[in-house]
Write a new protein. Structure first.
Ligand code: ATP
Ligand code: MG
Length: 504
């Protein structure tokens, strides 16, 4: 253990692990990242790979992206690369752009620099729905600041834009979150610089905050979500000292800007380990802070079909990520909010469960509630609504109209949700099969399939069942808590009950 790792601004010297004493090689590094590193080095600067890419390579995993740290100032980086733009207001980062791949180059931060989370990453920008705010970036990129000294940048009028925010690698390391994320791969001699015993943590599969955990969580509560994310993604265990304060300090996440929580939720659930993220978040009491209504539903309906639907849906999403298929927050939020939506509908009088408007009201209410903590961009919220609004029409396909449904932009997501519902007993499997067959069919076969329906539903008397989220209303087969329902309307065992999930 490093006795002094709690001291920010510490000038300890690193343990330098030479190239033949570690397993990382340039073959595992993206050629574009190598280009950036070499150009910086050839211009006389220090250049290191740092963060998740070093960690992942040492673990034998493929890094998501490559981050470079250097003593070159952002303006100096820009002069070295034509394909470079500077982003960020308080702390400027250089993005070197190679088609789809962006190599982020950050100047070493000093102890006075804004924290690492302070500026949006390119992922976050891409996901942001708030187009107006993007203009900040172009304004910044166009202005020409004056570099007065290594630590002072002035605007044309002499106003200090940034002061004392750039430092050396000895400063930079203490700003990072976990020791396993604070390893630096030096392009000059292929050694790894380890100030905080990060190599030992990687070997032990341990997540350990650098410095005093309470202080680090207070500085940036999102580090608690990052801890959960790395636990789920890497299968690492949080060390006792980093785990202990989460219980008491988890609530601090309620003060984090909701847009940032939206980005973090996407990273937790849409990057290939979403199924694993859910139980970790719940174990740490963090789901309760970021999405209270979701946690509330899961607590009240343990083992329910809705919980199964959520877990199956997350597992499917992980498979899509693993096979490079696109994934969307629309589908994710439909899964997460299914419980709260269904729970709301069951608070309505029974005669309204069948009303499509009830489904939309349930969506709006659940989205509004979630929006109090997490920014849900408008286009995402609309998508969730559309997915739910299509459920009754999927449940009750009617002749030619069913064919038109195939053309709807949200059809595929709605169908995927419908399949999940059928898997857990919340929709009729034969109807789900009918839709699957319909999509695989040729145009002529489609006509035949559709006309076989007539005005009825896929194999059952769905004509009068225009409700049907079927999470288990009073007369449905199974409630969200997995219990069989006793009463059956008219004794026919039809699924009814709107989006209704029983909340009792
Ligand atoms: P991945 O890219 O696999 O999700 P990562 O570790 O690379 O994981 P990023 O969010 O890309 O995570 O951040 C890159 C590095 O920046 C981290 O490894 C860490 O050193 C540092 N970092 C990022 N966010 C924070 C934060 N909130 N507090 C402290 N350090 C951070
Ligand atoms: Mg990264």
């Amino acid at each position: 253990m490093n006795d002094n790792s709690g001291v920010s601004g510490n000038k300890l010297s690193p343990r330098i692990i030479p190239r033949d004493a570690h397993t990382m090689s340039r073959q595992q590094v993206s050629p574009n990242a190598l280009r950036v590193l070499y150009r910086l080095k050839d211009a006389g600067f220090q250049a290191f790979l740092v963060g998740g890419c070093v960690r992942d390579i040492l673990l034998g995993r493929t890094p998501k992206d490559f981050d470079v740290a250097t003593n070159a100032l952002p303006e100096e980086v820009r002069h070295l690369f034509r394909n470079c733009r500077l982003i960020g207001r308080r702390f400027r980062l250089a993005h070197v752009i190679f088609g789809q791949e962006i190599i982020e180059v950050a100047t070493f931060r000093s102890s006075g620099a804004p924290s690492l989370d302070d500026e949006p990453s390119h992922d976050e920008e891409a996901e942001s729905d708030d187009r107006e705010s993007d203009s900040d970036e172009s304004v910044v990129a166009d202005e020409e600041p004056i570099v007065a000294s290594e630590h002072r940048v002035l605007d044309a009028g002499g106003r200090i834009l940034r002061d004392n925010i750039y430092g050396s690698i000895d400063d930079d390391v203490w700003r990072r979150d976990f020791a396993c994320n604070a390893l630096y791969y030096n392009i000059a001699d292929f050694s790894i610089w380890d100030y905080v015993d990060g190599m030992a943590d990687i070997a032990a599969r341990r997540l350990r905050l650098i410095g005093d955990p309470v202080t680090r969580y207070r500085e940036d509560p999102v580090r608690m979500l990052r801890a959960a994310r790395f636990e789920a993604k890497l299968g690492f265990e949080l060390d006792a000292a980093s785990l202990a304060p989460i219980d008491e300090h988890g609530g601090l996440l309620a003060n984090v800007p909701p847009a940032r929580l939206f980005d973090e939720i996407n990273k937790l659930f849409l990057t290939g380990h979403g199924r694993a993220s859910l139980p970790v978040l719940r174990r740490h009491g963090l789901l309760r802070v970021i999405l209270p209504a979701v946690e509330d539903f899961l607590v009240r309906h343990p083992g329910s079909p809705v919980e199964k639907l959520l877990l199956n849906g997350l597992a499917n999403t992980d498979l899509r990520v693993q096979s490079d298929k696109p994934v969307t927050p629309v589908f994710l939020f439909a899964l997460l909010l299914y419980g709260p939506i269904a729970a709301y509908i069951e608070t309505l009088p029974r005669e309204r469960w069948d009303d499509p408007q009830s489904i939309l009201d349930g969506c709006d209410r659940a989205l509004r509630q979630a929006h109090q903590r997490v920014t849900i961009p408008r286009r995402i919220a609309l998508g969730v609504r559309e997915m739910f609004a299509l459920q009754p029409r999927l449940e009750n396909p009617r002749g030619r109209r069913a064919l038109r449904l195939l053309e709807q932009s949200r059809f595929r997501a709605a169908y995927d949700l419908f399949l999940l519902r059928a898997q857990v007993g919340m929709a009729a499997p034969e109807v789900a099969r009918w839709w699957t067959d319909l999509q695989a069919a040729s145009p002529e076969q489609r006509e035949a399939l559709a006309s076989r329906l007539g005005s009825g539903g896929g194999g059952r008397d769905a004509a009068d069942e225009s409700d049907a989220l079927g999470a288990g209303g009073d007369s449905a087969g199974t409630g969200p808590d997995g219990r069989r329902r006793r009463r059956r309307r008219g004794g026919r065992g039809r699924r009814r009950g709107g989006a209704g999930a029983r909340v009792d």
